[in-house]
Design a protein around this ligand. Structure first.
Ligand code: ADP
Length: 267
C-alpha cells in the first residue's frame, strides 16, 4: 500500500495554502509533518482524506487516484483522525469507537462479534476500557484524544493519519501514544502519517519528516537530516539548541534563549 502525493496545490478562495507538495508514504513507515501554525499541515491531511479537492496535482493510493475511490472504499483503506472530533453528546465511548467499523459494514449489515472484538482491542490498546460507558461529550480533552485514536485504530486502515495525536496529553501518555503508533505501524505494516508539534517526539519516532512552511515543503528526509538549528530557524524563526542525550543518543530541541536575547540587543 503506497500513497503518492504529487505536486499538490490547494487554495481557499484566492489564498494559496498548499504549493506543489510532493512525497510518498509507504507501509511500515511513520511520516511526520511538522511546521509552524498555519503552514498547511491540517489542510494537507484533509486533501489526503479527500475532504478537500486539490486544485492541482494528484494523490494516488496504490496507483488509483483518491477521487476514483468510493467514500466507504477509501475509508476502509485510509483513516484520517482529526484533531479532537466534535463528538456527539449522547453516545458512549464504545458506541463512538464502534463507528470506526462503519466502512467495513455492508448496507443494512449490523456489527458482528468480530467488529466488537476489534473495537475492544482498540480500546485496550489505547488504555481506555474503563471509559467505555461514559458519554464522549463529557470527557476531558486528553480522554477525547484517546477516543479519537481508538476510533482510528478500529477502522483498521492501511494508512492511518493522525492530526496532532499528542495534543492535550501528559508526557507519559504522549510517549505511550507514539509507542502505540510505532507498534501498529510495524506489526500491521501500515503507513502512518502524523502531524506533530513536538519536534523531539517527531525526531524520535518518525522514519521521515517533512517541514512545511507557507504551504511549501522546506525540507524532507530522515529526522537526522531534517531537524537541525538552520532548518528550525528557517521554519519557525526561532534559534534552538539541538543536542543529543549522551546515553540514549536521542535528540532534544530547546530554545536558545541566550542567543535570541543577544541578537535582540544587537538589533
Ligand atoms: P496548520 O495545520 O499548519 O496549522 P492549516 O492547514 O490549519 O495549518 O491552515 C493553513 C492556512 O489555511 C491558515 O492560514 C488558515 O487560516 C487557512 N485556513 C484553514 N481553514 C480555512 C478555511 N476553511 N477557509 C479559509 N482559510 C482556511
Amino acid at each position: 500500500m503506497e500513497i503518492k502525493v504529487e505536486k499538490v496545490s490547494f487554495q481557499y478562495e484566492d489564498v494559496k495554502i498548499l504549493d506543489s507538495i510532493t512525497f510518498n508514504a509507504g507501509q511500515g513507515q511513520i511520516i511526520g509533518i511538522i511546521g509552524p501554525n498555519g503552514s498547511g499541515k491540517t489542510t494537507l491531511l484533509r486533501c489526503i482524506a479527500g475532504i478537500l479537492k486539490v486544485d492541482q496535482g494528484s494523490i494516488h493510493i496504490n496507483d488509483k487516484e483518491i477521487n476514483q475511490y468510493k467514500r466507504k472504499e477509501l475509508a476502509r483503506i485510509l483513516s484520517v483522525v482529526p484533531q479532537i472530533s466534535s463528538f456527539t453528546a449522547g453516545f458512549t465511548v464504545f458506541e463512538t469507537v464502534l463507528m470506526g467499523r462503519y466502512p467495513h459494514l455492508g448496507v443494512y449489515q449490523r456489527e458482528s462479534e468480530k467488529d466488537y472484538q476489534i473495537v475492544n482491542s482498540a480500546l485496550e490498546r489505547v488504555g481506555i476500557t474503563h471509559l467505555v460507558n461514559r458519554d464522549v461529550s463529557e470527557l476531558s480533552g486528553g480522554e477525547k484524544q484517546l477516543v479519537t485514536i481508538a476510533l482510528g485504530l478500529a477502522q483498521d486502515p492501511k494508512i492511518l493519519c493522525l492530526d496532532e495525536p499528542t495534543l492535550h496529553l501528559d508526557i507519559n501518555m504522549q510517549y505511550k501514544i507514539m509507542e502505540l503508533c510505532k507498534e501498529v505501524c510495524h506489526t500491521k505494516q501500515i503507513g502512518v502519517i502524523l502531524v506533530l508539534h513536538d519536534l523531539a517526539l517527531a525526531a524520535q519516532y518518525c522514519d521521515s519528516l517533512i517541514i512545511l512552511k507557507d504551504g511549501q515543503i522546506r525540507v524532507i528526509g530522515s529526522p537526522d537530516d531534517v531537524i537541525n538549528v538552520e532548518s528550525i530557524l528557517d521554519a519557525y524563526g526561532v534559534k534552538v539548541i539541538v543536542g543529543r542525550d549522551a546515553s540514549t543518543g536521542l535528540k532534544y530541541i530547546i530554545p536558545d534563549l541566550q542567543s535570541e536575547a543577544e541578537s535582540r540587543s544587537v538589533n
